[in-house]
Design a protein around this ligand. Sequence first.
Ligand code: URA
Length: 406
Amino acid sequence: MNHIINKKRLGQELTREELSKSFGGYVDGNIPDYQMSALLMAICLNGMTEREILDLTDLFIQSGEQLDLSIIEGIKVDKHSTGGVGDKTTMVIGPLVASCGVSFIKMSGRGLGHTGGTIDKLESIPDFRADLTPEEMIDQVQKIHLAIADQTADLVPMDKKIYALRSVTGTVESIPLIAVSVMSKKIAGGADKILLDVKFGEGAFMKTKEEAEELAELMKKIGDHYHKEVRTLITDMNTPLGNSIGNSLEVVEAIRILKNEEHNVLTELCIELASNIVSMGKELSLAQARKEVETVLQDGSAYQKFLEFVKAQHGDLARLEISTKKQNIVAHKAGILKAIDAFKMGELSVMLGAGRKTKEDSIDPKVGIMIKKQLNDEIQVGDTLCTLYLGDQEPPEGIEEYFEIE
Ligand code: URA
């Protein structure tokens, strides 16, 4: 293993055998954390060639089961976001596209680091079952066109282990490693086509638009290799998405969008993503697909689909809880709201208990943050910038500084 680490440190290309020996050996328990961490850091610093990336994606896929969705009629489209703060789009998009008749079967992740995960959000609904077996997911999609569940342990186990190590060794922000991680899960998930929401900005893993574009290009190449159509949207994650951060709060916001009670940047992004999925799933132009999506949003059928989906997975929305212990954060200066630091807000939500500091931590679904002001709003001293919904953790000082007012 030392020889492999040294080779990568010197910027040399690893053979498939060397990748298999190191990554496979780690999953089998034969390579210790410290050696794998050193290799991951060398990859972060020196990158990977296209050949290495394709080989590693293949090793990731081969490390577990692959879903066969061929029994489900029609074109199956999957979607993935590279992670952000307040990103509750999957909960909105699923019902939107399913109401348009496109089958949406998605394995989602949990939050880690400053970013949230769809499964944690859905599990804030009491009794919601995210642990569906592949057979249960397929059965549900055949009935209602929609199932969202936790990634099963058998799907790309190599990613589960490597991602957990990356998240605590400063090796998440690597374009090749993110591309391999995302695309191996999407290919193993069995969908025919894939939509990728590649985020850039303060709250994303890619800080600049150029990096996000490079990542998107690379993921498309991996898709080509597996003969999967991949569409990418490059979207801004400098500001948290929507008004809420925190699990129950985000479910409530998703419901408000599906009930047509809120129209903001988040609503627009959900419509855009859903239109792309419907366009791929039904082979329609983007404009035609958008019309269908807007219709199911406006006539309430997408909201009804959300209720049907939650019920199918045993969730009891009537018992969804939000903390009653609140604290307002007020402005200390007047001016125009120029920015809200998505990274800091994500970290704050973790600190309050909405996310995990380590993989083993449990989360408090009732806590979070509700943002009260939009970018470019005029702010007076004493205006409430956000409301914290608190649990056992006390908030830090200086939260008003996360809001840039000029
Ligand atoms: N999302 C993933 O699934 N993997 C990564 O490596 C980063 C974001």
